[in-house]
Design a protein around this ligand. Structure first.
Ligand SMILES: Cc1cc2nc3c(=O)[nH]c(=O)nc-3n(C[C@H](O)[C@H](O)[C@H](O)COP(=O)(O)O)c2cc1C
Length: 329
């Protein structure tokens, strides 16, 4: 089915995370109920140059759909070419333009969050991308470069380019990940735009998702760090979408293992690892790449300090299984 950003649809998906949201993680997120998934950010320049590494990163399985491809770049024509390729050669379901990334290398070269300092260029990029694809186009940005209310003034101009949704992180680019995300921005922004508004920033558990739907005027939510070692964050979302206030009233805070059970925890970790071995086609490479995920999973359970030391050097599926034998609280 065709993917669309729709108002009031309350879509909750896996957000883009560089070096993290690879195919195995996306498959697992969809399996546990995410409404959509996102790629890691992809360089439009590299894509148009047909970089082998980037082509590899763009592989995805049917079960990851709907899947949003995120691109970054600063040349409107190249961004337009990249959008065409993502639609016709790679068959993605939607395209997201990154004007959010605060990483030093990205900013100093004028990409990602730096585009907020050049709204004219950002609008040209969105305009060209919009005209080069029939897919839904979204913009992922921060609430400002320096000041958290910049987006209120800017959003109506951005919307005029014909984009289909705006995804906003309630921190400025200069803040990077410091302080807490400003969620008060959403209600103010909502009255300035007519496209769906998707929220991101400090959404660490299901209560945070429910709180956004209950108290902030957002049409969807992008989960990022809250999904690290926690695909269960996407489970049972219908209850949250239908009655977020009731969910908040009834929810009892339990630790993760108490909530899902030790068996489910272990099976999911192994499933994630097996998806990685299948995707990367080499057990040792997959285990090395999986270490960070294993650390995130173990970080979700109490008393895992010693297990994490072992997890940081795993090289085989057997070693992962051995570590999981000690998880039983
Ligand atoms: C490790 C990591 C990598 C990220 N990579 C990207 C990226 O490639 N593109 C992007 O737009 N945002 C990226 N983000 C930002 C997230 O998508 C999200 O907007 C941000 O983390 C705020 O949400 P959270 O506080 O709920 O994690 C990344 C975040 C993290 C933690």
């Amino acid at each position: 089915m065709k993917f669309e950003w729709l108002k009031d649809k309350k879509l909750v998906g896996l957000g883009p995370m560089d070096g993290v949201t690879d195919s195995p993680m996306r498959q697992l997120a969809r399996h546990h109920g995410a409404d959509f998934t996102s790629t890691e950010m992809i360089s439009a320049d590299g894509l148009v140059r047909k970089s082998k590494t980037i082509f590899k990163r763009l592989n995805f399985k049917k079960r990851e759909r709907p899947i949003v491809a995120q691109i970054f770049g600063k040349d409107p024509q190249i961004m337009g070419e990249a959008a065409k390729m993502l639609e016709h050669d790679f068959k993605f379901d939607a395209i997201d333009v990154n004007a959010a990334c605060p990483a030093k290398t990205v900013i100093t070269s004028g990409h990602g969050g730096a585009l907020l300092k050049n709204p004219g260029l950002l609008c040209s990029i969105l305009d060209v991308v919009r005209h080069n694809t029939t897919l839904p186009v979204s913009l992922k940005t921060r609430c400002g470069y320096k000041d958290s209310s910049e987006i209120i003034k800017l959003a109506p101009k951005l919307e005029k380019t014909g984009i289909n949704a705006i995804i906003v992180h309630g921190r400025t680019v200069l803040q990077k990940f410091q302080n807490s995300a400003d969620k008060t921005i959403f209600n103010r922004l909502k009255s300035e735009i007519s496209v769906p508004l998707i929220a991101t920033g400090d959404i660490m558990n299901q209560n945070d998702i429910a709180d956004l739907f209950a108290h902030h005027k957002v049409d969807g939510v992008l989960v990022a760090r809250g999904a690290l070692g926690n695909p269960w964050i996407f489970e049972g979302l219908d209850i949250i979408k239908n009655n977020p206030k009731l969910f908040l009233e009834k929810n009892q805070s339990k630790n993760l293992i108490q909530k899902i059970g030790v068996q489910e925890f272990k099976e999911t970790v192994i499933k994630h690892l097996d998806l990685s071995i299948d995707y990367y086609g080499n057990e040792e490479l997959a285990c090395t790449l999986f270490r960070k995920h294993l650390l995130w999973y173990l970080g979700r359970i109490p008393g895992s300090k010693l297990l994490k030391v072992k997890a940081s050097i795993v090289k085989s599926r057997k070693q992962v299984e051995k570590i999981l034998q000690f998880v039983n609280c």
